[in-house]
Unconditional design. Structure first.
Length: 252
């Protein structure tokens, strides 16, 4: 993937890793469109960062995805990069029936959203001479955090889906990349002040160093994420799972 000269759509581009990637790619000389479902927030970010565009898009709504793709095909016909960054993460108690709604919302956003966006935008991306899909999974795709079971499961599914997507698009102009972050200091799950999470600036810096590698790695995995990513291969999976099982949601 070229680090500059692209037209990039970033879902979940109003906060956290999505916004961080959007700003970093914008600074690198790309035309960036941030997508989100809160117009006031989109307008605020666009006003604060001249040159960035925005589009209303709710990844939970198939019609919203279709409408955004049709609008962008007209306004940004050279769109050649899709970054699927939108996602939610919540604590769950699997013994509490009320948490089923939470689990279903996570699946709709994290997994169905990613799948629907891929299906919807692939026709436009394959028309470009060079294009990229970046699916954001998580280090928890490889060893789950038991207190966030559905989040971890959706990210494992995103990993699997991304592998299949890469194979199916192998003969096309579209490369497929997976970005698997560790815990990063963002508002996702209230980690912005978590000393155990990786500072966002450090994470972005390491990701962009990986993007400079030619050819671009199929998986963008920073050093902090590697213990989980390779846990199964090096035999440490059960040990890490036991450690993560001891991590409990904060008491309210």
């Amino acid at each position: 993937m070229n680090s500059t000269g692209n037209t990039i759509l970033v879902t979940g581009g109003t906060s956290g890793i999505g916004l961080g990637l959007a700003l970093k790619f914008h600074e690198a000389g790309n035309n960036v469109i941030i997508a989100g479902r809160r117009k006031a927030l989109l307008d605020k970010i666009v006003a604060e960062h001249p040159g960035i565009d925005s589009v209303l898009l709710d990844v939970r709504d198939p019609q919203s995805i279709l409408g955004a793709s049709e609008a962008l095909a007209i306004s940004h016909p050279n769109l050649n990069v899709l970054i699927n960054s939108a996602g939610i993460m919540h604590w769950e108690d699997l013994t509490d029936p009320d948490d089923l709604i939470t689990a279903e919302n996570i699946v709709t956003t994290n997994l169905l959203g990613t799948i629907r966006l891929a299906y919807t935008f692939i026709p436009q991306l394959t028309k470009q001479p060079s294009a990229t899909i970046v699916n954001v999974s998580s280090a928890l795709a490889f060893v789950p955090l038991p207190s966030t079971p559905t989040y971890s499961a959706t990210k494992a599914a995103v990993h699997s889906f991304t592998q299949s997507l890469r194979v199916q698009l192998e003969a096309s102009s579209v490369e497929v990349i997976e970005l698997a972050p560790p815990g990063v200091r963002t508002t996702l799950l209230g980690q912005e002040n978590d000393e155990n999470a990786m500072p966002l600036d450090e994470f972005l810096e390491e990701i962009f160093e990986l993007l400079e590698i030619n050819p671009t790695p199929k998986e963008l995995v920073v050093e902090r994420a590697k213990p989980l990513r390779f846990a199964e291969a090096n035999g440490s999976h059960d040990e890490i799972l036991k450690m993560l099982a001891g991590y409990k949601p904060p008491q309210e």
